[in-house]
Design a protein around this ligand. Structure first.
Ligand SMILES: *Cc1c(COP(=O)(O)O)cnc(C)c1O
Length: 435
């Protein structure tokens, strides 16, 4: 019997690092990452969890397939189209390609013809104006919240932002739009009540201390019953009477009305109704990258673009590239998921259910992302035992199902059809551990 302590056979760090197999697996990763994997494998060998001879293999297993980013691509089988926990809108192929192309040096502020400096974001601006002819000018910033703060701060300063009490929105994770606006010194002047606001409420509040008139689309909730809101056209008339700018935050960012989402306002409608500035998110129903879109009258948009805060919420080159490509690249994945054919969804679901030996049930998807609350997207889901959810999330590819009513539901609305075979394999593998 050998008396040698096996721990003495654990290879030294420099020898593992020099191993060609380890070097290949670690290429493209920072030295500290590779070093960390070696130290972790040595520690496992020290506790006896793995044999000292397996340290190199453990390091390679740990490093291979690991990108420098730990964000894991997920198949969204929840039926929720704009899923905030999954990064909201998935980008179109055109936008993904644009991101890739813009990731190195790129002419974001350069005119290649003259060799002179050019204005940042010209192409994205032109694409927005082409898609939204009712706007005279456009500005892209980091996100919707940034756009709202920029507009209210630049237009109202420390004066009052007049807003209906029915439009005080908490956008999630405890963030309230009202707190956001007040954080830069603007004062909110609430008018009306939660359920009803009349033109006279606005009229009573408007005056020399008004900085701007604001309408916010209550995107993530609905007040039903005895309600009344002042239409935009009437707000426009009030804004003219008191010579104050009218700002409209439509939230979700539909470019034009979508008959399947009757309560979602569009950028086009708000502009046509006379808003000076319309604000929307880039990564909700618009279907693009995270961005804040500001469209409206030339004079007002230029005033916002020149305001110092604009620099602090500036969009990066990747956003500008993806945004332009979202507009020029045809139907977005969000649009396709919203309008997926229920019959086709059923066929795909039945094929998956048959392959894994389970059933299809009726299931309504959702718009999500704080858009069109209460609008069901009729479709289907494959029902699995609830216990499959964890294995699905941790599988390759990772799959996020909806856990509901004691079951694990897979809604294929947001799964690209080209990935169905991969999904079937992932489900088969997940069920092996459960059954
Ligand atoms: C989502 C939303 C925002 C915030 O936009 P982000 O792009 O998430 O910053 C602001 N206002 C409304 C009405 C919204 O729905």
């Amino acid at each position: 019997m050998s008396t040698e302590d096996p721990r003495r056979r654990i290879p030294r760090t420099d020898r593992v690092l020099a191993d060609p197999v380890v070097r290949r697996a670690g290429s493209g990763l920072a030295e500290a990452e590779v070093h960390g994997a070696v130290v972790a494998a040595q520690a496992r060998a020290r506790t006896g969890e793995i044999a000292p001879e397996d340290v190199v293999t453990a390091v390679v297993d740990e490093l291979s397939g690991r990108g420098a980013s730990s964000l894991t691509p997920v198949l969204n089988a929840t039926g929720v189209v704009v899923h905030t926990n999954l990064g909201r809108a998935p980008l179109s192929d055109a936008a993904r390609q644009a991101l890739q192309d813009a990731s190195g040096y790129v002419d974001v502020e350069l005119d290649l013809t003259t060799g002179q400096r050019s204005k940042r974001g010209v192409a994205a601006r032109e694409a927005l104006l082409a898609a939204c002819p009712a706007a005279e000018d456009a500005l892209v910033v980091n996100n919707g919240a940034g756009a709202l703060v920029l507009a209210t701060t630049a237009l109202a300063g420390t004066r009052e932002v007049v807003i209906s009490r029915g439009e005080f929105v908490e956008i999630g994770a405890g963030f309230r739009l009202s707190d956001l606006m007040e954080s830069t010194g603007a004062r909110l002047r609430e008018v009306g009540t939660t359920n009803r606001t009349h033109p006279s409420d606005y009229r009573d509040a408007l005056g020399p201390d008004t900085g701007c008139l604001l309408k916010v689309h209550p995107s993530n909730f609905r007040v039903d019953g005895f309600t009344s809101a002042v239409p935009l056209a009437e707000l426009r008339a009030l804004a003219d009477e008191f010579a104050v700018p009218l700002v409209v935050d439509v939230g979700s960012g539909l470019l034009t009305p979508d008959p399947s989402l009757p309560h979602e306002p569009s950028l086009a409608e708000a502009l046509e109704a006379g808003a000076d500035v319309v604000i929307a998110s880039g990564d909700k129903l618009f279907g693009g990258p995270q961005a804040g879109l500001l469209l409206g009258r030339a004079e007002t948009i230029q005033r916002l673009a020149r305001f110092p805060l604009a620099r602090a919420v500036r969009a990066d080159k990747l956003t500008l590239a993806a945004l332009e490509a979202t507009l020029r690249g045809g139907a977005t994945p969000v649009e396709r998921a919203l309008h997926a054919d229920p019959d086709r969804l059923r066929e795909r679901s039945e094929a998956l259910a048959a392959a894994v030996g389970t059933q299809v049930v009726a299931h309504d998807g959702r718009v999500g992302g704080g858009g069109a609350p209460g609008v069901p997207l009729h479709g289907w889901a494959v029902r699995l035992p609830e216990g499959a959810a964890r294995a699905l999330r941790l599988g390759t590819p990772a799959v996020l199902p909806r856990v509901h009513d004691g079951g694990c539901l897979l809604d294929l609305r947001c799964v690209p059809e080209a990935r169905d075979a991969e999904l079937t394999r992932a489900v088969t593998a997940a069920l092996e551990g459960v059954r």
